[in-house]
Design a protein around this ligand. Structure first.
Ligand code: AMP
Ligand code: GLY
Length: 503
């Protein structure tokens, strides 16, 4: 059989590598792929968004199954297009992919289905959202100080009342002479400000827990976890005024900030049967100790010890089954890979987001442990006979360390030559999945086809080990062997799980 994988990241490389192992698969194509998929599959130079050319290719080559990796083509309806041409494609159709494509849709579906998630409000305009943020309770007392004869003591419940009070006191039109100051009292503590700007700044710095999310796809960057009012207003401004995510910011959600540990649950479903994959967890923040900006994921490990069998049961019962049912009731049956990003709160697991595809880099760690034939499983999803499939897993843990380009998740350079990949891959239990790499001919180096960096996340160095500590040690040994200018990586991938395992 011929299989086509669509995408060009580490997830797609892992899919190609695993699908190729199936005795039923003769050829794996990857469109457009990267330097790693060029080794484990045949790259086709068609972009994931080029639906027409992809369906034509699949028809011409007699591709039996197409596996769509990323969310964007799914939310654009690539599976619908394949089906219209009588082709078989793994992944949800457009209307079901809206579960990831619109956070508003996902939230409303969860509310209707009683699926635990953070409380939220939906906004269609910046002023409404700002008004909501500023109506947050702050409970401050504002007084005028100085030589003024006019004394104000204003009890301000909300931030907007406080800002108004400051304006009234400091505004010269209120006939308070020069030298007037404003005093703000918060829980018995008094602070004096000489200018309205300083006083306003103080109010906007009041801590609050809010999360602001652009409705549509924003390459994982549309979520701001805000610590204070200023950050919340800034996030609204970015999404709805400066529109840095374009149409994805037509609507936004403000939701309650949840506390706890995060976990990712991936599952295959054909709309009737749900087969969860082994648990995994990624590290989203850029720097060690979970600091710095959010990224697509800097590493992952599987299994995640925090996901006990009891928790997995609860997630199936309270989250996976209800969401698959709700989609079916909404006449948007879901077939494909379902990803639930969870916060494990004191009140149980709550959904942060649903994705309609495998997680990246979680998928790399998870597929490393899959012993069964992935092709059989994905093929069964497309035929709605997932009930005939059981998945077998290697009990050994896997760790994936992402090697990134200097500057990621901000601006970074490309085309840096990568060395020692083969040496790393020869290490026992190690597989290097390529994320952002390309093949370049460099006459200056006098050789053909050098592997160079071509993205922010460059390599997903994955290792199996007898224990998690062992898997981690092997992955990092391979990472240290690989060289490219500006390479960097987190040094603490898996530590969270190692800490959890300690008594
Ligand atoms: P999302 O794309 O919705 O998964 O959000 C990206 C990241 O933002 C998550 O992995 C969490 O770390 C964080 N996040 C999202 N929603 C919340 C929330 N309600 N409370 C706390 N953190 C959140
Ligand atoms: N690693 C997070 C994601 O794939 O969305």
């Amino acid at each position: 059989m011929k299989v086509l994988v669509i995408g060009k990241g580490g997830r797609e490389h892992a899919l190609c590598w695993k699908l190729k192992q199936s005795p039923r698969v003769r050829t794996v194509y990857c469109a457009p792929g990267n330097a790693g998929t060029a080794l484990d599959a045949h790259n086709i130079s068609l972009e994931a968004g080029d639906t027409r050319a992809l369906t034509q290719f699949a028809k011409r080559e007699g591709v039996h199954l197409t596996v769509v990796g990323p969310e964007e083509p799914l939310t654009n309806g690539i599976v619908d297009a394949f089906q219209r041409e009588g082709l078989r494609a793994f992944g949800p159709r457009r209307d079901a992919a809206e579960l990831e494509g619109s956070k508003v849709f996902a939230k409303e579906l969860m509310r209707q289905a009683g699926i635990p998630t953070a409380d939220y409000r939906i906004f269609h305009s910046a002023p409404d959202a700002e008004h909501y943020v500023l109506s947050r309770e702050v409970s401050l007392v504002v007084r005028s100080k100085g030589r003024s004869t006019l004394r104000h003591t204003l009890l301000c419940r909300t931030a907007s009342e406080t800002l108004e009070a400051i304006d009234r006191i400091m505004d010269p039109r209120e006939q308070l002479g020069p030298g007037v100051q404003v005093e703000i009292e918060e829980r018995g503590q008094r602070r004096i400000f000489s200018t309205a700007a300083e006083a306003r700044d103080y109010v906007l710095g009041r801590p609050l827990g809010m999360v602001i999310k652009a409705d549509g796809l924003a390459a994982g960057k549309g979520v701001s976890v805000c610590d204070n009012l200023r950050q919340a207003l800034e996030a609204i401004d970015q999404i709805m005024v400066r529109r840095i995510f374009g149409k994805a910011g037509d609507r936004l959600i403000i939701e309650e900030r949840l506390d706890g540990q995060e976990a990712s649950i991936l599952a295959l479903t054909d709309g009737r049967t749900i087969v969860p994959l082994e648990s995994s967890q990624d590290h989203k923040r850029a720097f060690d100790h979970d600091e710095g900006p959010n990224t697509g994921g800097m590493g992952a490990y599987s299994p995640a010890p925090i996901v006990t069998p009891e928790l997995m049961d609860q997630v199936e019962r309270e989250i996976l089954v209800p969401v698959v049912h709700a989609l079916k009731r909404a006449r948007r049956p879901f077939r494909g890979a379902l990803y639930a990003g969870l916060m494990l709160t004191n009140q149980g697991p709550k959904v942060l987001e649903f994705n309609v595809r495998l997680g990246d880099p979680e998928c790399q760690a998870v597929l490393m442990r899959l012993k069964s034939d992935l092709f059989e499983a994905l093929d069964a999803v497309v035929d709605e006979r997932l009930d005939t499939v059981t998945l077998e897993w290697d009990p050994r843990p896997a760790v994936t360390v992402v090697m990134a380009s200097e500057g990621y998740p901000g601006h970074y350079e490309r085309a840096r030559v990568i060395n020692n990949l083969e040496e790393a891959e020869r290490m026992p239990g190690v597989k290097v999945f390529h994320a952002g790499t390309a093949l370049r001919t460099d006459p200056a180096l006098g050789r053909d086809d050098r592997i160079v960096t071509d993205g922010g996340r460059v390599l997903d160095v994955t290792a199996l080990g007898d224990t998690l500590a062992d898997a981690k040690a092997r992955a990092y040994e391979a990472v240290r062997a690989i060289r490219f200018a500006g390479a960097w990586y987190r040094r603490d991938i898996g530590n969270r799980a190692l800490r959890a395992a300690r008594p």
